[in-house]
Design a protein around this ligand. Structure first.
Ligand code: FES
Length: 104
């Protein structure tokens, strides 16, 4: 695994999701509680809208364009109109940073 540092965990309040740019792509970093973080691609599978900074509700993030919802752990669709889930990446908190393995 190749871990990439995304942001200090102190910069991401519990219950929030935040967009972080990595190279030419954006990922969505989600902090569920003090121990658990999740990282997803920041592109909706319906019409490619960025999901963007937001509050996590019911373990899901919501696309601001048409309202699709995605489970932050699995990337699975929880509400249409998204046709398929979005990618997730292994994530962890290490040395007070959120890190993810962004390799395929
Ligand atoms: S672009 Fe996300 S729900 Fe349509």
């Amino acid at each position: 695994m190749a871990w990439t540092r995304l942001l200090p965990v102190a910069d991401l309040p519990v219950g929030m999701a935040r967009t972080v740019r990595v190279g030419l792509d954006d990922v969505l970093v989600c902090r569920l509680d003090d121990q658990r973080v999740h990282v997803l691609e920041d592109v909706c599978s319906h019409d490619d809208a960025p999901l963007g900074d937001q509050e996590i509700e019911g373990g899901c993030v919501t696309c601001p364009r048409h309202g699709a919802r995605f489970d932050i752990e699995s990337g699975a669709v929880r509400r249409s109109p998204a046709p398929v889930g979005i990618a997730t990446y292994p994530a962890r908190i290490q040395d007070s940073w959120v890190e993810a393995d962004l390799e395929d």
